[in-house]
Design a protein around this ligand. Structure first.
Ligand code: SF4
Length: 348
């Protein structure tokens, strides 16, 4: 039977305080519950031991805590961990812990499935079911922070919104989750350690700039040639490169924060001299750097990683033009946890 109780984590601290006052109790109880929910990530009212049994029962009668459940955890031979995360309505998303020598990065999902249809991406094959709530995003981060402490003896250091979904298509909830992650009442992480990676929705990039966000911006560019980009990321027909460029210039003017372009080089798609020249041109509009990402085939279809020689051509040309470039090897390939591979294969 569907629960009519409200999700308590949709309430602000103020609303919780008001709830207690309206039930004849002290407002500070609201603070206590808020701390249990956000700082201690309580999964049930029973663990709130500084509340009386009667108060816990009263909360139980009125609310639910729709906490995520890590259904299945897979560990890669390179240390990467992938979580299949079950939501309160039984839908499943995935999030990934990526360890390096010095940092632990959480790659989190923002939607169940995705609203966009990038041809090279496994998530695109799952239709968008719904946006994640702020607390469902927050919970993924907490779960990975706990795993980082348990398996690597250190807290989570970085977060990328690069899992399932287009984060800007769930703008408000992603921003609310980041607010919680960065607030002292949540995880207290620096926004500089958080990167929102978008396929490039110009209007919302401008909105982020207007909202003076403090986190970093990455754009999955993959081609700076309209025709090519539209063939692999069909929404580019609507959000063209010219619009994207204008939004990115606006972003930089307002935030002074350098942009990262995520870029995969595929054989026969964007592996020509004209492709790298177009990328160099695109990089001139606002201070930026390029991450060349290794591709993980999602089947034996149309997309194959370009040769090392082509990657070298990209690196040399970009460097010659004074553009910072890094080549990122993929992690967690053996458990389908690498970029573009998240598709709930481990789910139910
Ligand atoms: S690459 Fe990102 S935006 Fe494109 S379909 Fe996949 S999850 Fe969505």
């Amino acid at each position: 039977m569907e629960s009519k109780k409200r999700d308590i984590r949709a309430l602000t601290r103020e609303q919780l305080r008001d709830f207690f006052v309206s039930h004849g109790d002290k407002a500070f109880r609201g603070n206590q519950v808020y701390e249990w929910l956000w700082q201690k990530s309580a999964h049930s009212f029973d663990v709130m031991t500084n509340l009386s049994k009667a108060t816990r029962d009263m909360l139980e009668e009125n609310f639910v805590i729709n906490h995520i459940q890590v259904d299945q955890m897979q560990r890669s031979s390179d240390g990467t961990i992938k979580n299949a995360v079950r939501l309160h309505d039984d839908l499943v998303v995935e999030s990934v812990l990526i360890p390096t020598k010095t940092r632990t990065t959480a790659c989190v999902s923002s939607q169940v499935g995705c609203s966009l249809d990038c041809k090279f991406c496994a998530t695109a094959r799952l239709k968008r079911m719904r946006n994640l709530n702020p607390d469902e995003i927050y919970d993924q981060v907490v779960a990975i922070d706990n795993e980082s402490r348990l398996y690597f003896d250190r807290p989570l250091s970085n977060i990328v919104f690069m899992g399932m979904g287009e984060p800007l298509m769930n703008y408000n909830n992603v921003l609310k989750a980041i607010e919680k992650i960065t607030s002292p009442e949540g995880l207290g992480m620096s926004p500089k350690r958080i990167t929102v990676s978008t396929s490039g929705v110009p209007k919302l990039i401008k909105k982020m700039a207007d909202d003076a966000v403090k986190f970093k911006l990455a754009v999955s560019l993959h081609s700076a040639v309209d025709e090519t980009r539209t063939s692999i990321m069909p929404f580019n027909a609507t959000f063209t490169l010219a619009d994207l460029r204008e939004a990115l210039v606006y972003w930089y003017q307002k935030t002074k924060s350098r942009i990262t372009y995520e870029y995969v080089v595929w054989e026969g798609i964007n592996d020509q001299r004209k492709d790298v020249d177009a990328l160099v041109e695109f990089c001139r509009f606002a201070p930026s750097k390029v991450n060349l990402i290794e591709y993980n085939p999602i089947d034996d279809g149309d997309f194959q990683q370009a040769s090392n020689k082509t990657i070298e051509m990209y690196v040399e040309t970009l460097e010659k033009n004074g553009i910072t470039v890094t080549v990122r090897r993929s992690r967690g390939k053996d458990i389908d946890a690498a970029c573009g591979q998240l598709a709930n294969k481990s789910g139910s």
